[in-house]
Design a protein around this ligand. Structure first.
Ligand SMILES: Cc1ncc(COP(=O)(O)O)c(C=O)c1O
Length: 379
């Protein structure tokens, strides 16, 4: 008999909704990936580096030139210093970074604080490493953190807190006040942090991204995980990185070394060269803000209620005033009838909390967003 280590996991809703969207010819705003072309300068760089022979294993921690540029960018934007040789590791997407950071930190019985709704890769990684998730729901409907509750759930077994800002799926961002509370909580405790910051450049209305690396107190205990996939519309390249103080990076690399060993070589060189031009990532907030605004303007006469997303490429729409159908049922129905696919937010809660909210991805070309707005306004 084969005993599953993750018996409760089945096909994810992302696969299900995308398949349903295909089946019904629906606009797919469910899964989080762009449907527009990548900058041709980046694809040309990738092709050039493959042609020029950069096709063998990269160094385990990543090619030096990319690690240097990551460290330089982190310093320039957030004023945080990371040594590219010892404290920056290139990984196969942020998913690998998050998994390796959890595996490096969590031992059997350790507790991990997870805010819900939560990105779906955290829980399996915690469970596979023998950790115990301690769930805290973000306050509905503004999805803020109740730090008093966090304090009350800290125990001698708490080992890790996972912070995701800008946040998927709520589209909210943390503030200075949140960081102050977090600093107080971890200051005298042996608690570590993962900063899932994959949407750091997808942030709106001039708000600054607060990286855990910005605070000296937090930085010392943090694995900061980033994703080039999100920033440069190349989710299929699966390339990201982890920044962590040397002591943590040593342990992180022990896992990374045997999880993947190293990451796709030509992409590392291509990205290092592409990022020399800072405009390539500095223009991203404005690029996505236009998309968010376009999507929302198409919904201005719809019956959905919403608070504009502050970051990430997701917009939540509240529909409790329209119907009391369960969100999973409504998401299916809208895919089949209106022909717009979304993700029901209840799937991001372990108890499937249904606040009547659907998540829509607006990383789509303008025509798709206009059409989706029209269709959704017909409800
Ligand atoms: C919050 C969050 N973290 C991590 C990831 C994974 O990033 P990557 O594609 O670089 O593995 C995603 C992707 O959807 C995400 O939304």
């Amino acid at each position: 008999m084969f005993k599953s280590k993750l018996p409760d996991l089945g096909t994810t809703i992302f696969t299900t909704m995308s398949a349903l969207a295909n089946q019904h010819g629906a606009i797919n705003l469910s899964q989080g990936f762009p449907n527009f072309e990548v900058d041709s300068r980046l694809t040309e760089l990738l092709s050039r580096y493959t042609r020029e022979g950069y096709n063998q294993y990269a160094p385990m921690a990543g090619v030096p030139i990319l690690r240097e540029i990551i460290a330089e960018k982190q310093n320039r934007i957030y004023g945080s210093q990371y040594n590219p040789e010892h404290e920056v590791t290139v990984t196969s997407g942020a998913t690998e970074s998050i998994f390796a950071a959890i595996a490096a930190t969590v031992s059997f019985g350790d507790e991990v604080i997870v805010f819900e709704p939560a990105y779906d890769s955290y829980l399996p990684a915690i469970e596979l490493n023998g950790g115990v998730p301690v769930y805290i729901s973000l306050s509905y409907p503004d999805y803020s953190v109740n730090w008093d509750e966090v304090e009350s759930k800290i125990s001698p077994k708490t080992k890790l807190i996972i912070i995701n800002t800008p946040h998927n799926p709520s589209g909210t961002i943390l503030t200075d006040l949140d960081f102050q509370r977090l600093e107080k909580i971890i200051s005298d405790r042996n608690i570590f942090l993962i900063g899932d910051e994959v949407y750091e450049h997808i942030i709106f209305d001039g708000a600054p991204h607060l990286s855990l690396s910005k605070s000296e107190i937090l930085r010392e205990k943090s694995f900061v995980c980033g994703s080039f996939g999100k920033t440069f519309h190349i989710t299929g390249w699966k390339i990201g990185y982890c920044l962590a103080p040397e002591k943590l990076s040593i342990e992180f690399r022990k896992i990374h070394q045997y999880l993947t060993f190293s990451t796709f070589t030509p992409a590392q060189y291509a990205l290092a060269e592409y990022m020399q031009d800072k405009a390539n990532y500095e223009k991203i907030p404005q690029f996505y803000q236009q998309k968010r605004d376009l999507f929302l303007s198409g919904l201005s006469s719809s019956r959905f209620q919403f608070v504009p997303s502050r970051g990430s490429f997701f917009q939540n729409l509240f529909y409790g005033n329209i119907t009391d159908k369960p969100d999973v049922e409504l998401a299916r129905e809208l895919t089949e009838t209106i022909k717009v696919a979304s993700i029901p937010v209840s799937v991001f809660y372990h108890k499937k909390t249904d606040d009547k909210v659907l998540r829509f991805c607006f990383a789509k070309d303008d025509e798709t967003l206009r059409k989706a707005g029209e269709l959704l306004s017909g409800i």
